[in-house]
Design a protein around this ligand. Structure first.
Ligand code: ATP
Length: 230
């Protein structure tokens, strides 16, 4: 579904990605693991066209997207949920959910969203500012499910959340996968990653240096600790 080949990206004069290669198959949940500053977020932003200078190839469902604008990329069916979540503080949950523009058929309607996220249903009329970090994260994921995008890029959805909320996010991601969505996930927490993902790519210094199938993650812990410096 997504093929990234030889991706190079720059912020101004800073050369951040040095030939990133990886694939995501339709229906998979795949993580990008790596230390702070390895280039995981830059990879996601590059896929969304949000990094001004890029080279290489990014094909989504066979279509080259490298030269497309971010809004054109969104309309191919890719959605990005940034680490900062981007909830509108002055709007309530339902209003936040009504905002996104449909980019493709198959976006989830409000009743389906509220079935998937019962916590959000309870908080439907609460303002963005009143939501907990976990609720904001759920809302950010729910919002991109409204758009009809089929490939969801989630940047550290568990960052700063309590373990019980992390488990909820895990359940949500597994359910999204069951519904046929494809997920690319940036994670620092590989114990969490193991509960949701089919495969893991390790990013280091702007390159993908390894791919670990989830079934081999446990056996690869020593190697992973080395990569991630934990
Ligand atoms: P983190 O978990 O810290 O976000 P990451 O692997 O996602 O790690 P990136 O955010 O992709 O890393 O950052 C990769 C490198 O690019 C870092 O050295 C960072 O300082 C640099 N960088 C990120 N954003 C910018 C920017 N807007 N301008 C210049 N340099 C940037």
């Amino acid at each position: 579904m997504l093929e990234v080949r030889g991706l190079n990206s720059w912020y101004g004069e800073s050369h951040i990605l040095h030939g990133v290669d990886f694939d995501v198959q339709e229906g998979e949940v795949v993580t990008l693991l790596g230390r702070n500053g390895a280039g995981k977020t830059t990879t996601m932003k590059s896929i969304m066209g949000l990094v001004p200078r890029r080279q290489g190839s990014i094909r989504f469902k066979g279509q080259e997207t490298l030269s497309l604008r971010p809004d054109e990329i969104a309309r191919t069916g890719i959605a990005f949920c940034p680490e900062e979540r981007g909830i509108f503080a002055s709007l309530n949950v339902t209003e936040n959910l009504m905002l996104p523009r449909t980019v493709a058929p198959g976006g989830l309607d409000l009743p389906t969203i509220y079935t998937l996220f019962p916590n959000l249903k309870e908080r439907a009329s609460s303002q963005g500012t009143k939501l907990s970090g976990g609720e904001q994260q759920m809302l950010a994921i729910a919002r991109i499910l409204r758009t009809g995008a089929k490939l969801l890029l989630l940047d550290e959805p568990t960052e700063g959340l309590a373990p019980v909320i992390v488990q909820q996010i895990g359940r949500t991601i597994r359910e999204i996968k069951q519904r046929g969505f494809t997920v690319l996930l940036v994670e620092q927490n590989f114990r969490f990653a193991a509960t949701v993902a089919d495969r893991h790519y390790v990013v280091e210094h702007g390159r993908v240096i390894d791919m670990i199938p989830n079934a081999q993650l446990e056996a690869s812990m020593g190697k992973l600790h080395g990569y991630l410096g934990v």
